[in-house]
Design a protein around this ligand. Structure first.
Ligand code: ZN
Length: 420
């Protein structure tokens, strides 16, 4: 019969297919690392959070810390290394390599010391996320002596651990050296307070531009910073370092990162504002806050935070239009000291520099986010205003600003020492 004949011919073929499937299943069971390895599809660096995505299930993960240079290592069992993104924000670089059989190692080179917190797999086991919590260099060193931390995917979405029959190791390469720290100027005495001065903008980021003279904020801020440095060094009471001493670009996290790595006692970022209304004039002092003091402060913070964006690519860890920044409780004390200094600066500089009414404002400036360094942003005036621009571009005006900062700095540290 026709149908019968067809059946008899088909039968051995189907048998072969079943045998083939059985063999495949058997080989998966015998060697899960070969068949179940999830490749690392992406490493995403978000706002203080890192997510590692896999294209398949993995067996588990563990993290540990390495100090000097500071790194976070992440071993992922049952995974194969993939491509790494460029560094951003607190992350200087990401490197990956194969560490033994079926285990991928992701190394995160840190721009500043930070611990892993809230590490967890997604419910489907296809991604692993954790937050970076900035800490002092000492706290990082202590944590780096601790044990590995294991992170398990949900049981039903967990691959079998890789077998240890053979091993393939691919070296990851040497860590990139941290960007060189600027020199500390002034008396060679560690016990004197250290002030880090930050000239806003620089390099391909000109900042605001004067509609009258074409003067650029980045040049004015550098001149101001040099004048402040000269006054502070002449006082002989503090040490000084500059985030930039020439026309170069730094992302905002690198700026406060320098202050943190140097363990600075005070961070002052100098800027010059611009407004469409050319009559707007006068200086303001800003400190960090989750919530802005007013709409104008919020808009200014959004504008200053945009310094991290070039050609539409955010080079920092933060979204440029953040309306608020979540702050650690440990940051409150630092913020209180910064607020005290902001008020002091306004008081001490008011004789020589015109301030706006309600001159102490606050908003979520990324550059002020160092958790352990009191930080202020000094908008020294409006370069969109003819008089302000001339004042700020003149040596005499710069000296007046510098003297105001010097007096406030001296009183600030005298109070701090008295309070101890
Ligand atoms: Zn600016």
């Amino acid at each position: 019969m026709f149908s019968n004949k067809r059946w008899t011919i088909a039968r051995p073929r189907r048998h072969n297919r079943i045998m083939g499937l059985a063999f495949l299943l058997l080989s998966i069971l015998l060697n899960p690392s070969a068949a179940l390895a999830g490749h690392i599809g992406a490493v995403e660096i978000g706002d203080g959070e890192i997510t590692v995505r896999f294209d398949d299930l993995v067996a588990g993960a563990s993290t540990f810390l390495l100090a000097g240079p500071d790194r976070i290592a992440l071993d992922i069992a049952g995974a194969e290394a993939g491509r790494s993104p460029p560094g951003a924000g607190m992350v200087r670089a990401v490197r990956q390599g194969q560490q033994g059989p079926g285990t991928a190692r992701v190394v995160i080179d840190l721009a500043e010391p930070a611990l892993v917190s809230n590490a967890r797999f997604a419910a489907d086991g296809r991604s692993l996320s954790f937050r970076l919590r900035p800490v002092s260099a000492d706290a990082f060193e202590r944590a780096a002596r601790g044990p590995r931390v294991e992170i398990q995917p949900p049981a039903q979405f967990r691959a079998k651990p890789p077998e240890k029959r053979y091993s393939v190791s691919v070296p990851i390469g040497k860590p990139k050296p941290a960007p060189a720290l600027p020199p500390i100027e002034g008396p060679d005495n560690d016990r004197l307070p250290l002030v880090v001065l930050d000239a806003g903008h620089g390099g391909h980021d000109p900042g605001a531009i004067s509609p009258h003279s074409g003067k650029r904020e980045k040049d004015i801020t550098l001149a101001l910073v040099r004048a402040v440095r000269a006054e502070l060094l002449a006082s002989g009471r503090v040490r000084v370092a500059l985030t930039r001493a020439d026309d170069r670009y730094l992302v905002l996290e690198e700026r406060f990162g320098i202050a943190r790595r140097l363990k600075a006692d005070l961070f002052i970022s100098l800027h010059a504002d611009a407004a469409e209304n050319e009559t707007a004039h006068g200086a303001s002092v800003y400190t960090l806050s989750e919530v802005a003091s007013d709409r104008e402060a919020a808009r200014l913070a959004a504008r200053e935070n945009k310094a991290n964006i070039i050609n539409g690519i955010d080079l920092g860890a933060h979204n440029s239009d953040v309306s608020s920044i979540l702050l650690d409780l440990t940051q409150r004390e630092t913020m209180n000291v910064a607020s005290d200094f902001a008020r002091l600066l306004q008081r001490e500089a008011a004789d020589d520099v015109t301030f706006r009414t309600s001159a102490h404002r606050f908003a979520s400036f990324v550059v002020l986010k160092a958790p352990d360094t009191p930080s202020i942003l000094f908008e020294t005036g409006f370069i969109s205003n003819k008089d302000d621009a001339e004042f700020l571009a003149s040596a005499a005006g710069q000296k007046k600003v510098a003297r105001g900062v010097r007096d406030a700095v001296q009183i600030h540290f005298a109070r701090q020492i008295a309070a101890r």
